[in-house]
Design a protein around this ligand. Sequence first.
Ligand SMILES: Cc1ncc(COP(=O)(O)O)c(C=O)c1O
Length: 406
Amino acid sequence: MSTSGLALNGGTAAISTPAPVWPVHDELEADALMEVLKSGKWGTTSGDVVKTFEGEFATHQQADHAFALSNGTLALAAALRAGGVGIGDEVIVPPYTFIATASAALFVGAVPVFADVDPTTHLLDPAAAKAAITERTKAIIPVHLAGAIADMDAFAALGREHDLIIIEDSAQATGAAWKGTPVGTLGDIGTFSFQSSKNLTAGEGGVVTTNDAALADNLYAQINVGRVRGGGWYEHAVVGWNLRMTEFQGAILRSQLSRLDAQQKQRDDNARLLDELLADVDGVVPDATDERWTAHGRHLYMMRFPAFEGNPEVRDAALKALKAEGLASASSGYVPLHRNEAVVRDARAIADRLGQPYPEAQCPVTDELCRDTIWLPQHWMLGSEETTRSVATAITKVVNSLDELR
Ligand SMILES: Cc1ncc(COP(=O)(O)O)c(C=O)c1O
């Protein structure tokens, strides 16, 4: 019989309000979509909605150049190619991230090399990245995971010191700022995703940003079948993909961008309240903050649970209990990417073909994080104060009832 009142065991769920709705939309999006439809200009080769969005996004991120494209995965691949990364080059990536960060390297024939992350933030550790540099290294992709920002002072310095391209994977960090500067131009190229779960979304989509004029030309070419910016229709100076976004996506993104700052404020207020409410709860540790993050992207609310004692079975039981309390979209997050067979097989195939070593990655911090992390998606930070308080109650209730769940 339940002694704790866990909803899983027949008690009352901690969260009685409905989950905050995502995505948010109204006539603004509907009108913008209808306008594109009626115009008959559905692609960027005839319309100018995406171009206008690119300008607005560049302004928002304080970037000199922004180019919209199909998604955040190919944004990374385009960034690597635009930066001259190719066959056999090594690209340092964290193993605690979405697979795209590593698969993008493979798409351009490069070899992803894993460097471990910081246990308090889940972000790529600059010291580990530095230790992974070889004479074959061409790029580093720090990932601004959850909307938190990797140490861009350290990564920019590594880039200068070792002549490396630094690509900020900002898929989860639209709206985040490092010491007052929005992400996306703190390294050489920034990449963003507008896939359904993201804080700025059109269902799918992405953007690349840069302050470097030459890289901007290369990015444009990669997105536009190798075309020369300002050149002729059949003038293909390099081999590039067609990664163009549709005008319908541009229309939704313009509308969504107009909502973003207010939504980010609400997410930030709720995340800070959750930090406060969980501060004294034994057994759960929300991710650390950094005073250099002048705006947190608030894409995920990430927590580690020392109370699980590294046992994923306890984590899974807790997750089930959290879902029963009303947090249906809580997640145990990533599995270690440095152990993903598909990624390792492809990386090793390239290295073997070129006679390059590809030693097994040692990333114990990631292994540990993958056993005791739970995160909440961004829409849980878009609720009322009452909802946020009930989220904290749900987490507290579950962490205090682990004995019953074991
Ligand atoms: C860290 C990270 N990188 C890259 C991507 C890839 O973006 P997309 O899904 O738009 O291809 C995602 C998101 O899905 C992501 O979370």
